[in-house]
Design a protein around this ligand. Structure first.
Ligand SMILES: [Zn+2]
Length: 326
């Protein structure tokens, strides 16, 4: 009798422990998704304090990723290869500990109205939830995330999963602007979004004249151009009709560099002093450069950047000496 009671109570406590363990596991992904992927809101990124971060602190580095594009290797039939590559990237991120990570679009291969979109989004959330909670993860929308012809609906779907499609944020004295380049590529389905984004951008660049950041950096999915600022229109760049006036405006505002993806290869060009940097994919490469990402070192007067293939990433990043203590 006593043994039976003992065994029963044992069973109850084991069952309780199992329920508690399950509850903990079940709660984790939801809370990670809710907090981590909704930080781009009200046209800013809430992980960074807008007042405190306006001041230059010390040299830092961030990591720029692009085109994780879950589903591209198999034409949406699975995403095992993308998962393996992202897991490798996340390991590097957690070891190197950048100030932030930014993923420049085409997070998934399926667009919001296609089958498998939601499972690819869930896998992206799941894999990137493993990035250490102290390292902010900034997402940028690409043509696969909002469609080649974005609409209010496709943009709203993106916002539900990843937050705002355009916004700005300060990090240690550097002003970062994120644009929705898909409406620059083809505004025909969402002309009012492009108009609103342009008015907002005018204001951001106007404000920067007073706030005087050390650098202004711009992030979007499509490169304005691959190598030459006046190169002819093609699939991988922004049409000259909208490219030319915007480059003019960015150069005048002293934007230091534009970071993009979309090309699935690396490419480099300049518009005056402004660098146009196109970064190869975390996912499927389309050229000689293997899957990888870019590390960007930000110093008070300059930035340095380098693309690293996933297998060649250094153990540690050495930052320039902190001049502020001299
Ligand atoms: Zn793309």
């Amino acid at each position: 009798m006593r043994l039976k009671t003992y065994l029963t109570s044992m069973l109850i406590s084991v069952a309780t422990m199992a329920i508690m363990a399950n509850a903990t596991v079940a709660d984790e992904p939801a809370s990670e998704v809710n907090t981590r992927f909704t930080l781009a809101a009200n046209r800013t990124f809430k992980a960074f304090d807008p007042q405190q971060e306006q001041t230059w602190q010390r040299p830092f580095f961030f990591m720029q990723l692009a085109d994780t594009q879950y589903g591209m290797f198999t034409g949406n039939k699975g995403f095992e290869q993308e998962v393996a590559l992202v897991q490798q990237a996340v390991k590097h991120i957690n070891r190197l500990r950048p100030r932030f990570v930014i993923v420049c679009g085409d997070l998934t291969n399926a667009t919001p109205n296609q089958p498998h979109y939601q499972s690819q989004v869930s896998q992206f959330h799941h894999d990137f939830s493993k990035v250490d909670a102290e390292i902010p993860l900034v997402c940028v929308c690409g043509n696969h995330d909002v469609g080649n012809r974005p609409t209010q609906e496709s943009i709203a779907s993106y916002q539900g999963n990843f937050g705002d499609d355009y916004f700005s944020f300060w990090v240690g004295g550097v002003y970062n602007i994120v644009l929705n380049s898909s409406v620059l590529k083809d505004p025909s389905g969402a002309a009012e979004v492009l108009t609103a984004q342009q008015a907002w951008l005018d204001q951001q660049l106007q404000d920067a004249k007073t706030t005087k950041p050390k650098h202004i950096l711009l992030f979007q999915h499509h490169p304005f151009f691959l190598e030459q600022e006046e190169e002819p229109d093609q699939y991988f760049n922004i049409p000259l009709e909208r490219r030319t006036p915007l480059l003019q405006q960015l150069k005048q505002a002293d934007v230091r560099a534009v970071f993009a993806g979309h090309y699935h290869r690396n490419a480099y060009g300049r518009a005056g002093a402004m660098e146009m940097i196109t970064t190869g994919p975390v996912g499927r490469p389309l050229g000689k450069d293997s899957s990888g990402f870019r590390i960007v070192i930000v110093d008070e007067t300059k930035i340095q950047h380098q693309y690293w293939a996933m297998d060649d990433v250094p153990e540690k990043i050495n930052l320039p000496a902190d001049q502020s203590n001299d």
